[in-house]
Write a protein that binds this ligand. Structure first.
Ligand code: HEM
Ligand code: HEM
Length: 575
């Protein structure tokens, strides 16, 4: 019992009486002692009874959380040995091919961690696999939230917190990857330096300040280190706390099903079953990462050699979440029809060069990242839907959003694939230039084709669902009728499945809304155009009348009366 509740319930004279209710066991007494001073019971009662719906797609947020914890633990281990200094030293560790080679302390200690610290290589690999899993889990979690519409009101701000987490994750990955100061990380930094310098007027200054002088300087690794082990993890930690707090206050969304409404949550309370499952799951994630870290080599930095701006290695790849920046740079032509795209603006101090090929790459990067942040508002602007949503969408039931999401994914994949254009060319014995030209075509045509194809697939799946609701599933049993006709038997779907198949709305196109002056502005016109792209093709959901009509035909081998709950499912459709 917490001290607060004691105060409110008992007078001072009654305190001695209360002491008689001390638990009998020693553990109970210790728990009581702590609780009277900490007051945790109320919190446990509040959180322990929170109901959490169960679905496998809700697991990715947890995987992100656990892999972050594992990168923090393994990263803390690395800090005991890693020295982020760029001062020069001669390697004298146990890796023979590099003995006597001059290198920075950062690379030297990363090699020491790999060869001379007991368990060091395992911890480095665990850290790197943990980082990859962290960003991967975040991305899949984000896609789950996107494709099921879990970002809609009231969760828009939590979506923004999530997007910030994703950016912070990319920042953590990039800064970590740059720390060991070998050829691969040095080349990554060289690309960043080039992108910064392309910014007109201020670019060279930004690069100069970041690197503490002319690239590579001797300041950048210690600076990245502060960002990597302190500032970015602290930001991630705070944002995760805010994110999960918001998940609790909003309550979790749920998939459509019997008894699930916009006003309730059906699932298990967190304590004890869910908490035990989540605790166990942490160790599963830890186990998988330990297995990867222990058996699959990653970032074998002794093969690269110390950073030197002159060599660039063939075949090396940046981590998957960074590759698309690199890919974009490769996609952008430097010349069109023999005319260089880079030009110089004459100025009194000798001219300012504008690196157009590099600058243009900022457009898709900004569009993709900014679009991600503001998507909840864009969607509600297109649809005109300002209502709260706690029941999730099945992706096929929102063809416009699903098609758009898939188009953006393909766009991302093309940019990412471009970062491996050399490997694609060598592995498949193709001309490097041809690969690049095809990727350029796909950069523009890929998203459009994906949008069209995905929308068609969604509509086809909706039609299939409609067919299943009205005529049941093919039973795989052929029967012969008395007059000799053969036909396949159909079985009705269960009431549960019926709920899943019919609980959705399929809005039509909304008409243009004139402004106060009675005119339809340019913005409204573009909204209506997008609204039409999203909603013009639609499949009408099954109506009550259609359903009853279908049931009454018992030529599908179905009873003439309605199964309990089935009409309720149709009625509960959100429209
Ligand atoms: C450090 C990274 C992250 C962690 C640890 C995390 C964790 C979680 C967890 C545990 C949940 C509840 C379970 C679930 O639905 O999966 C959740 C829900 C949510 N997350 Fe994340 N998340 C992260 C990143 C993101 C990102 C990148 C986004 C989107 C851009 C996002 C958006 C959301 C939203 C909108 C919800 C509420 C979903 C609902 O109620 O259905 N999160 N997050
Ligand atoms: C408090 C948290 C963290 C600490 C103390 C930490 C510490 C470190 C240290 C000391 C290194 C250099 C070791 C080496 O290269 O051998 C490193 C590398 C790295 N870190 Fe972290 N880190 C943390 C969080 C993260 C997070 C959240 C991510 C990713 C999203 C990440 C990604 C990386 C990567 C990719 C490397 C390069 C690993 C390699 O050399 O193969 N770190 N980290």
């Amino acid at each position: 019992m917490s001290s607060q509740s004691l105060e409110s319930k008992y007078t001072e004279e009654q305190y001695s009486e209360v002491d008689q209710y001390q638990p009998a066991t020693r553990t109970g007494k210790i728990a009581n002692y702590v609780d009277q001073r900490v007051g945790g019971t109320g919190m446990v009662r509040e959180f322990g009874r929170k109901v959490f719906p169960d679905h496998w797609t809700f697991m990715f947020g947890e995987v992100a959380l656990y892999s972050f914890v594992i990168t923090v633990i393994s990263g803390a281990f690395l800090t005991f040995w890693f020295d982020p200094s760029m001062s020069s030293t001669r390697y004298d560790g146990s890796y023979v091919p590099l003995q006597g080679v001059e290198m920075s302390m950062a690379y030297n200690t990363a090699l020491q961690l790999s060869f001379d610290v007991r368990g060091g290589l395992f911890m480095r690999q665990l850290h790197h696999w943990g980082a990859l899993m962290f960003v991967m889990a975040m991305a899949i979690h984000m896609l789950r939230v996107f494709f099921t519409g879990a970002f809609r009101k009231p969760r828009e701000l939590n979506w923004v917190v999530g997007c910030t987490l994703l950016l912070a994750g990319l920042g953590a990955g990039f800064t970590g990857y740059s720390l060991p100061d070998e050829v691969l990380s040095g080349n990554g930094l060289r690309i960043i330096d080039g992108m910064l310098k392309a910014i007109p007027v201020v670019g060279t200054y930004i690069s100069f300040f970041l690197f503490g002088g002319e690239f590579p300087g001797d300041e950048v690794i210690p600076r990245l280190y502060s960002l990597h082990i302190f500032i970015i993890p602290a930001v991630i930690l705070i944002l995760i706390a805010v994110h999960l707090f918001m998940v609790v206050t909003h309550k979790h969304t749920q998939y459509p099903g019997p008894g699930r409404t916009e006003r309730n949550v059906v699932g298990y309370p967190i304590g004890p079953v869910y908490a035990a499952k989540a605790g166990g799951f942490f160790f599963v994630v830890f186990g998988v990462l330990a297995l990867l870290g222990g058996t699959f080599q990653i970032n074998a930095l002794w093969n690269y050699g110390p950073y030197d701006p002159s060599p660039v290695q063939a075949g090396t790849q940046p981590d998957w979440y960074i590759g698309w920046f690199d890919g974009l740079l490769r996609l952008m032509p430097g010349y069109i029809g023999g005319v260089p795209l880079e030009f110089v603006i004459p100025t009194p101090w000798g001219g300012n060069s504008v690196a157009t090929p590099v600058l243009v790459t900022f457009i898709p990067i900004t569009a993709l990242l900014l679009g991600l942040f503001v998507w909840p508002w864009i969607e509600s602007w297109i649809t005109g839907d300002k209502r709260e949503h706690h029941i999730l969408d099945r992706p096929r039931n929102v063809p416009g959003r699903t098609a758009f999401g898939m188009a953006m994914m393909i766009w991302y994949f093309v940019m990412w694939a471009a970062a491996s254009s050399d490997l694609i060319a060598t592995h498949f014995s193709l001309s490097f230039n041809d690969v690049l030209i095809w990727l350029r075509v796909l950069f523009f045509a890929g998203p459009i084709l994906t949008f069209i194809i995905t929308k068609r697939i969604c509509l086809a799946l909706q039609r299939k669902d409609r067919e299943i609701v009205l005529h049941g599933n093919e039973a795989g049993v052929i029967e012969m009728l008395p007059h000799g006709e053969f036909r396949e038997k159909h079985t009705r779907v269960s009431d549960y499945e019926l709920y899943t198949l019919v609980s959705y709305e399929s809005p039509g196109v909304t008409a243009a809304r004139p402004n106060a002056k009675g005119k339809v502005g340019l913005l409204e016109k573009s909204r209506v155009r997008m609204n039409r792209t999203f909603f013009e093709d639609r499949v009408e959901p099954v109506s009550r009348e259609e359903y009853i009509e279908a049931l009454s035909h018992d030529d599908h081998g179905t009873p003439a009366e309605l199964p309990a709950g089935s009409v309720g499912a149709i009625e509960s459709r959100k429209s």
